[in-house]
Design a protein around this ligand. Sequence first.
Ligand code: 5CA
Ligand code: ZN
Length: 413
Amino acid sequence: MPFVPKVPGSAPEVRVRDTASGELVPAARGDLVTLYVCGITPYDATHMGHAATYVTFDLLGRVLRDSGHAVRYVQNITDIDDPLLERAERDGVDWRDLATREIALFREDMTALAVIPPDEYLGAVESIPTFVGPIEKLVADGWAYAVPAPDASRDGAQDHYFDVARDPRFGSVSHLDEAGMMEVFAERGGDPDREGKRNRLDALLWRAHREGEPEWDGGSLGSGRPGWHIECACIALDHLGIPVDVQGGGTDLVFPHHEMSSAHGRALGGSESFAGSFVHQGMVGLDGEKMSKSKGNLVLVSQLRRDGVDPMAIRLALLARHHAHDWMWTDDQLTEAQQRLSTWREALSGNGGPVADQTVDDIRAALADDLDSPRALGAVDRWASQSLTRGGDDPGAPGVLGRALDALLGIRI
Ligand code: 5CA
Ligand code: ZN
């Protein structure tokens, strides 16, 4: 946890746009705010899309702390999954070594971007023993069923699936109809055509061991490995309790991931809802397409750092776009962020400047309004421009504003 300075004055209540209701809702529902953000699948390096997501939720944590809340932040790592195994196979490396290397690089990237680390950062692999009991419970309670797996390594082995038809609230996160769900299910890890499923959208909870794949003891489920959505449901349930206040991630996770993990979590936790709000980062793209590890159209944080780009300029480029919108990364945006950073640095390095109290209020008001970081940056631009053109006679102003930029925006001057 880096040192985060205190900012004088008081902050308004933070509201966020909840994907499930479509409404602007308070992010906090009590003094303590619990935040569960879906973490990386560590088979390739952090790109601008991931960075945008984690900077967005870092911003949320910062403004919540500034408004007097304690924040408990849990993030997972999907350190066992098909794409990780496939990449390891392709590159002829052990999947564990690949994951370890990419997790280390991710943490370096996050540190460079001044992202405050989560309180708990949990791998799926280390948590597998805590998934088995809940999946067995879902089976025992009739939420899940077994499907024979004739290609498994042992005779009579079975996969286990969640029965979405049992859940009257299924669809309450994404509000997609069945056709809309089917459109994205397969491309986002689902297996609609798997024989023996009751419903094509049913989600895998436990996969029986196949030759050549890693396996873990699954108790009465047999040896195998967990499905993806149940991991996040169990980790959130175990480490934060549900409902969590905010469930976060990119919009590519709305369906099926957050729909399914919510359904699993509700079935296990007996809770009406999985999260007070679902907050999603829009997709960052490159050359007209979503930036993704599988497509390989990536701008990497680590590559920019190796090229000598100031990580604060990368962070400013990300903050210049509102988190709720999709946008395309371009080199020009980085150039603009570098110019902005040097202007701010010049303005803040003077012996004084215009009184900054209103600017700090404007930053707070913008961020409290669904994390409107472009508006917050605009307020700083105005102060910097005034300071550089007309000066100002408040000797404390650069200090006050510099601390606010550090604490609220995570920008160190
Ligand atoms: N391990 C799962 C979540 S449990 C996962 O989606 N991993 S990931 O590595 O693919 O993505 C990590 C985070 O970055 C997720 O929250 C995802 O929604 C977000 N993300 C991925 N690609 C983009 C993108 N192009 N733009 C914005 N966010 C993205
Ligand atoms: Zn997740």
